[in-house]
Design a protein. Sequence first.
Length: 288
Amino acid sequence: MKLVIGRDDLARAAVEATGAERLAVKPVHKASKSFVNDQAVDLAELAIVTLLQAVAHGRPVVLLPVTALGRYQHQTLVTMGALTVGDIEGRSAGVRSWSQTTGVWMRGFLTEQYGVDLRKVAWTTYEGAHVDGARDPDFVARAPEGAKLQADFLGGRLDFGIMGNELPDDDRIRTAIPGAREAAAEWSRANGFAPVNHVLGVTEQAAREHSGAVCAAYDAMREVIASLPRGGEPVDLNPVGFAALRGAVSRAAAYALDQGVLPRPVEFDELVDASCAALGVPASRLGG
């Protein structure tokens, strides 16, 4: 069995539990396209929206309910100068990909909390989805070949940017939401969960042929995450198990559908049923 997991602690636990071969891919999202379209590896860390898109487009992958990356997201909408989130309608904004999970979360907050009509923002994306066949909505423009989000933002060609790990180091950059971290913590406290970015996906074939190994990897990674300190956060940033992931994944799926990222609804129970059928286990085996 071959796996791609970016987090070293989770990867070591999975390898030690199963004897699987870890493939080094950095950044880890570069493995997503070959995983969902070609099943190039058996188990992979991938963004939750990529998994949702894969399921919606009929790719043979299932959810292993382990959070590899959970974080607050309100700080990812950035700007320069005097603009704030209240100024975004009628302005330009860029995001690496329309299906990028960070962007889906942030745009969900824009509509839900700040009353933004996404169609009144001049959106630009810089690459397509990891899932073949997925398309951007008609109100979203693609940047010219070779253009870079960071360069366009720093050069003033974009008023706003949604950026997570790709955020440039520049003192001029400000969060567009005042008190972004506090706003994010309050949103999570009110909703009972934090945004989830990365989970684990398994090919249906691997799940059927190596059910014991996949479940052993789940157990090992669950133990690692259980040992992590909570750090005083109001909610768990690293939920494990179907029950713990239900709220965050369901909300991400609803946002993605509303934003034209998904071609059809993907309900959380659909994910649970597919995983359990492929692995041949009840939902309770995976924290259900």
